[in-house]
Write a protein that binds this ligand. Sequence first.
Ligand code: TYM
Length: 337
Amino acid sequence: MPLKQVLSCIQPTGEVHLGNYFGAVKNYVDLQSKYECKYGVVDYHAITMPYDIKKLRYNTWDLIFSLMAVGVQPENLFVQSLVPEHAELGWILNCFCAVGRLTNMTQYKDKSLSVNQGGKETYISAGLLDYPVLQAADILIYKADFVPVGKDQSQHLELSREIAQRFNHFVGQTYFVMPEALYTESPNIRSTADPLRKMSKSAGEKHYISLFSEPPRIRKQIKSAVTDVGTNDGEHMSPGVANLFVILKAASATSEIYKNLLDDYKNGTLRYGDLKHVVAENLIDLLLPFQEKKKEILADKKRAKERIKASSSIIRKKAQETIREVKDLIGLLNVRF
Ligand code: TYM
């Protein structure tokens, strides 16, 4: 039996945070021993919002180094713009997706609102609207069976399936595989500064905890985590406390400490200061080896970059094969120059 295919991607828009890691990247690493995995750093996606040219290139490489540092194997990594067939398939799939589905996407609505914040005159790009179709192309081009993502991507995943179905119906055969989302046990990490919103970079610095922050900063951020918003009626855990427990469990799944703290909570004897202390120290223990590894990778950046260029070129072959098949299926010319 051929190995099942796994594909996921992440945008180079800044540092990797706990939401990315516990929601998706941890799965990227774990799935490598079971399946054939490909993970893309999607720079074409990152230009759909206003951005800084120099920072994009820096962020693309920095994200690659971070993913390698947490255990993603370099041969499974590629940079999206080095595999331009993603954009080509994206164009084709545009013709299998209704505009109304795109204007309805929650992330499009949220992001298009944020584009006009801050008083700078700017515009909502057609790329932002079209983004989920490119995402469908990222997935379908490798005929991925599984897509490890956080819960915020479930609507995009559903659209990818719809596009695949419409395409398959049009060509009269099950050409594209129906991709399935894979979630971790913590697919929705909240901001510690405002647990009513998800942890994300776009909300600002205090809303995310980077995997590569120095321990004092991690302690400070966890110490100031908000615990008293939302329901706190003694029966239901408030979202802030629940989030700290989720983070603790994700950081040290087998720990007895987790169970003890949860018992304290149930008995009404939990001191939030104690919980925060344990969360911060567990996180630091988890993250320090990643931080050390990243330093090693950065010490020989050139080698790491060469490896990723090589893996992107190998992964591209598979994408080219799909494009050739798709062109044949839908009646486009298929000449090899
Ligand atoms: P991006 O770059 O915003 O996030 C990368 C991954 O991290 C997950 N994630 C979270 N999970 C749990 N809690 C959070 N607070 C949290 N924040 C982020 C995301 O769900 C994602 O899995 N559109 C995608 C990138 C993409 C993609 C793809 C993903 C492009 N093409 C193809 C899968 C397959 C995005 O913007 O993710």
